[in-house]
Ligand binder design. Structure first.
Ligand SMILES: [Zn+2]
Length: 506
């Protein structure tokens, strides 16, 4: 009954609305009833609601991190920058076959960091190995425990991890095994997901999505099965595509039947439509952007991980010109080492700026829209998430404008994107619930989490050091394969290149 729902009145803040004045938002109250925004307006009557005074605060829609993996949150800070294919050598084993307690803790750590930074929804494209009901329950229950909204897509694949290497024959057998040579069955994974989505239907904080790992790790059979499953459950699809230069070479060399294009491969097998979101899309060609835009398919850009993992810079301005829709993501915790959409928004604007020397568009508002509504759209949730509007879910943060980042206050959009780091966030509301209140997490005991994680790390780190040492022998082989990738001409530039590198095609 609506009348029985708990009401909270956020009184006297500046309410950031995408279609309002994005530089000087209007002063208004927000009445939350249950999990939704009931009303936004001036001097709303209290009517028995709990009142929270948010004078001198900016109220901002919750960020939606549209590409994230909770499986490596314990690996933050373990790596300097390195190419993605190298990084996989270390991170794949540290994310698979863990204890249930570790899976719970790593999920909570990532969710807590996200919440504290105003990310009210994560798209968790989880590499859950083993993919079993009891492990899946651990993850979903952890999100409920802490109160973070999740768009959950356990990853599926039926081509082993070695399939991510352009020419596996360049690597000795034992090095191939390090990356992973075990194939899984497509049908049993699809049946499992179908069953789980019926057993734990989307409600409250839980939303589902379909997560085929990458085109090069999915047979046509699995791609078609994912497309059917997404249709049957009316869901978004997320798939890593064209993250590295090796991947576009793979498409050109091995997918000749599809014009050497992963986009056409997905198109031929029913996946290229309004549900599709490709994560990264660094090495997407202009022709493929047009195909994507025509299908209303989108990209989730993860610039900071693409830079740290030496993948390159995604062609933002070309995607804009093609009319592609865009969401933003922070990706792995050991691939950019922070869940912070302020950094993602800033990189979006900065990399767009450095992609064209001529005066351009004003991007700050666009970055904010991509980080909120654009992310919601990736999961077809843009009618309920991503904006401060009556009837939308009550997912938002309050920014304390007494922080020096807001001295002086000249523009909400520009200072959110270029100045704010997350430091000024003092309240976070998810599904109508204050999960961070006056900078305190209200849902879990942070000290308990800290001591449990610290205990766990006493065995995690020695195990990681063993993995690191065992990978030494792979490095010369990886370097050779990597040099081959970079000495092949492909006619696309995605790097801010050193002079005189390779064939000048960077
Ligand atoms: Zn990813």
């Amino acid at each position: 009954m609506e009348g029985d729902e708990k009401r909270v009145l956020f009184k006297g803040g500046l309410v950031y609305q995408h279609d309002g004045d994005v530089h000087h938002p209007r002063l208004a109250d927000i009445m939350v009833a249950g999990n939704k925004i009931l009303k936004i307006g001036s001097d709303l009557p209290e009517g028995g609601a709990e009142v929270i005074d948010v004078r001198d605060h900016l109220i901002v829609p919750g960020m939606i991190n549209a590409h994230y993996h909770s499986h490596d949150t314990l690996c933050r800070g373990l790596f300097e920058e390195m190419p993605l294919e190298y990084w996989l050598l270390y991170t794949l084993p540290m994310g698979a076959n863990r204890t249930k307690e570790e899976v719970r803790l790593r999920t909570l750590v990532g969710a807590l960091e996200s919440m504290r930074c105003g990310i009210t929804t994560v798209q968790d494209m989880l590499g859950l190995i083993p993919l079993t009901e009891e492990y899946l329950d651990v993850v979903v229950d952890a999100y409920h425990e802490i109160g973070e909204r999740v768009i959950f897509s356990p990853m599926v694949f039926d081509i082993p991890a070695i399939g991510m290497i352009r020419s596996r024959d360049e690597l000795p057998d034992n090095i191939q095994k390090m990356l992973g040579t075990e194939a899984l069955d497509a049908k049993s994974q699809l049946d499992f997901l179908d069953h789980q989505m019926k057993r734990r239907p989307a409600s409250g904080l839980l939303n589902w999505a379909i997560g085929p790992f990458a085109p090069q790790r999915c047979t046509p059979n699995l791609i078609e099965g994912c497309a059917d499953l997404a249709d049957a459950h009316d869901l978004g699809v997320y798939i890593h595509t064209y993250e590295t230069r090796a991947q576009i070479l793979m498409a050109r060399e091995k997918y000749g039947a599809y014009d050497g294009s992963f986009i056409r491969y997905m198109q031929a097998h029913g996946l290229l439509n309004h549900r599709l979101n490709i994560a990264h899309s660094v090495w997407l060609s202009r022709e493929e952007m047009d195909l994507m835009a025509a299908a209303d398919a989108g990209a989730v850009l993860c610039h900071n991980s693409n830079m740290k993992l030496k993948s390159g810079v995604s062609p933002i301005l070309d995607m804009r010109a093609a009319g592609m829709r865009v969401g933003l993501g922070c990706d792995n915790c050991s691939g950019s080492d922070v869940q912070n959409m302020f950094q993602a928004m800033k990189s979006y604007c900065m990399l767009a700026a450095i992609s064209d020397p001529l005066p351009g568009d004003n991007l700050s508002h666009e970055a904010l829209k991509n980080a909120t509504l654009g992310g919601a759209r990736t999961a077809l949730l843009h009618e309920e998430l991503g904006a401060l509007k009556e009837g939308y879910k009550a997912d938002f943060m309050t920014i304390d404008m007494k922080d020096v980042a807001w001295l002086p206050f000249n523009s909400a959009a520009r200072q959110l994107v270029y100045t704010e780091t997350g430091r000024s966030i003092d309240n976070v509301v998810i599904d109508g619930r204050l999960v961070i209140r006056d900078k305190e997490c209200t849902t879990i005991n942070e000290e308990d989490l800290r001591s449990e994680v610290e205990d766990l790390m006493t065995s995690f780190i020695p195990e990681f050091e063993n993995v690191r040492a065992s990978r030494e022998e792979a490095l010369p082989h990886m370097l050779k394969a990597h040099n081959n990738v970079w000495s092949t001409h492909i006619g696309l530039r995605r790097f801010i290149a050193r002079t005189n590198y390779g064939d000048g095609d960077l």
